[in-house]
Design a binder for this molecule. Structure first.
Ligand code: ADP
Ligand code: ADP
Length: 236
């Protein structure tokens, strides 16, 4: 069984007008579902080549969703919109500014009507899992946190829902090198624990090769996969 399947997928904006613009062209690939830990896919390419487009087609998120031509299948079914089986992590964290860390991390459970006591317990567990202190940090607001701490909150907020597919759009692009290394190691640990499949967009070659089992290398715009690199995983 395939967890993600792209069949000749293209995205064209403003077709038939003088602003017509092809963002990705004829992308095909597939990722097998595995009984244990899923594959970690790095997506590498220059700015504007369509990396976010590919992630958002899997996530079912506008403005890149839906594709213009071709098929995007998740678990063999056409993607029809966002769903809890796919979690997204943005470069700019996208935490809710008027919610505390605890309320941000518990947001998905709140939407799922999980009772207060269980929600708070599970949210505190995830706050700790991403290296924050439930007592000291749980009541803080996003503007009181560093970039690295905000991205930890965002990762907890997404992974607490146990998505089978984790979609990450340059999640560490705004962090300093030391923080970045810590976050990479945290991500590897959580990915193994959740046994999820990860798509990780970056324009940093060493990050893609360090993290990815396989790296898709995109051409400049209009993006297409020009090379798939199987990486011998380092001793992470
Ligand atoms: P990347 O993530 O590799 O930087 P994107 O997937 O964000 O690339 O974008 C691919 C291309 O599509 C870019 O050149 C961008 O300018 C273009 N694009 C993105 N959204 C739109 C849109 N709504 N209308 C027209 N062009 C767009
Ligand atoms: P890039 O500059 O590489 O395209 P960005 O981080 O600017 O990457 O954004 C990638 C895509 O994610 C864009 O289409 C943008 O609209 C979307 N995006 C960024 N932040 C958010 C957010 N907080 N909520 C929803 N969508 C977002």
């Amino acid at each position: 069984p395939r967890i993600v399947d792209f069949k000749n997928v293209s995205k064209v904006y403003h077709p038939g007008t003088r602003n017509e613009f092809t963002s990705i062209r004829d992308i095909s690939f597939h990722i097998e579902d595995t009984p244990d830990v899923g594959e970690f896919i790095g997506i590498l390419g220059p700015s504007g080549c369509g990396k976010s487009t590919v992630l958002r087609l899997i996530a079912g998120l506008a403005p890149h969703f839906p594709a213009t031509t071709g098929e995007v299948l998740v678990h063999g079914q056409p993607v029809e919109g966002p769903g809890p089986d796919r979690g997204f992590v943005f470069q700019d964290y996208a935490n809710f500014p008027h919610r505390t860390v605890l309320e941000n991390v518990g947001f998905g459970l709140e939407c799922a009507h999980v009772p207060d006591k269980e929600r708070i317990e599970r949210a505190n567990e995830w706050i700790a899992k991403v290296g924050l202190d439930p007592k000291k940090d749980g009541g803080k607001y996003p503007h009181q946190l560093s970039g690295g701490m905000n991205q930890r909150v965002a990762i907890a907020r997404t992974l607490i829902m146990h998505p089978r597919i984790i979609l990450m759009d340059e999640p560490f692009g705004a962090l300093d090198p030391g923080t970045r290394q810590n976050m990479q190691d945290l991500l590897v640990k959580l990915w193994r624990e959740l046994e999820a499949t990860v798509f990780f967009v970056t324009h940093d070659v060493s990050e893609a090769v360090y993290l990815g089992d396989r790296v898709f290398i995109f051409s400049p715009s209009p993006g297409t996969i020009v090379h798939q690199l199987a990486v011998m995983p380092p001793d992470r």
